[in-house]
Design a protein around this ligand. Structure first.
Ligand SMILES: Cc1cc2nc3c(=O)[nH]c(=O)nc-3n(C[C@H](O)[C@H](O)[C@H](O)COP(=O)(O)O)c2cc1C
Length: 177
């Protein structure tokens, strides 16, 4: 059975307009559901959270200002720690929240600094209503030489609920991994 990596970026903190703070972000919740299903199915799966060198503010408004700036400048924010033994994995899930109708720029840093040749790459994301906004295609494009897996986009709040975990389990079942 293949070796699977579930890597993701998740900012958490204050969510869209709600004023509430998520200690564990929506994308991290989705990654947790993926991991639970993979383990249940007997996969050799490892989870890795991509963390920025400079943490993002908790406040939604401040995060939005920072994200907008990073995107406008096409920045490649630094990553605090690299995935150990990245080359060992056959299948890589890549998760992120949608920021400004795109991936957070740190995902570009991640995708551009790893070699994906021969791996199956499965994207997933959480969002506030926009869906994946064509980012799955961008992931496939950036992960040069990989075989794309069917992605899943989930509304952020749903990722925190049992119904969301069920959807994730169903989706993982459909993947040829
Ligand atoms: C800076 C920023 C920009 C966002 N831009 C969008 C967007 O363009 N479309 C959308 O549907 N949701 C957007 N959202 C909402 C997030 O995608 C959503 O809340 C997500 O589930 C957060 O994931 P996390 O808790 O893992 O960080 C944005 C959130 C933030 C903080």
């Amino acid at each position: 059975m293949s070796k699977v990596l579930v890597c993701f970026f998740s900012a958490g903190g204050e969510d869209l307009g709600a004023g509430e703070k998520n200690e564990v972000g929506n994308t991290a919740m989705m990654a947790d559901a993926i991991m639970a299903k993979l383990k249940e199915d007997g996969h050799d799966a490892t989870s890795f959270q991509i963390k920025p060198l400079v943490p993002y503010p908790d406040s939604y408004d401040e995060k939005l200002v920072k994200a907008t700036e990073e995107r406008a400048m096409q920045e490649r924010p630094g990553i605090a720690e690299d995935v150990p033994n990245f080359d060992d994995y056959d299948t890589v899930f890549i998760g992120y929240p949608i920021w400004c109708s795109d991936m957070p720029m740190i995902m570009y840093t991640f995708l551009e600094s790893h070699v994906f040749t021969g791996k199956i790459v499965v994207p997933f994301c959480t969002h506030g209503g926009s869906g994946e906004v064509d980012t799955f295609r961008v992931v496939a494009e950036k992960a040069v030489g990989s075989a794309p897996g069917q992605g899943l986009a989930m509304q952020g709040e749903l990722a925190r609920q049992p119904g969301g975990r069920k959807q994730v389990a169903y989706w993982v079942d459909q993947l040829a991994i």
